[in-house]
Ligand binder design. Structure first.
Ligand SMILES: [Zn+2]
Length: 61
């Protein structure tokens, strides 16, 4: 697995071992108003990485 295939799985699988047992290891951290970094963790192999989300849409609640 690579980060490219991690993105192709829409972030559902670990970039190292392909496990779906991935968790958020930290509360989302706002870096800028339109970018959020989230620390991720794989419960199967212990890999850690960071997902970076950018604002793509807004809607009323
Ligand atoms: Zn893993």
């Amino acid at each position: 697995m690579t980060f490219k295939s991690h993105l192709e799985s829409r972030g559902e699988r670990c970039p190292k071992c392909d496990s779906r047992a991935i968790k958020t290891s930290d509360t989302p951290k706002k870096i800028r108003t339109d970018t959020v970094h989230v620390a991720m963790f794989c419960a199967t192999c212990g890999a850690r990485w960071r997902n970076i989300y950018t604002l793509s849409k807004s809607e009323e609640l």
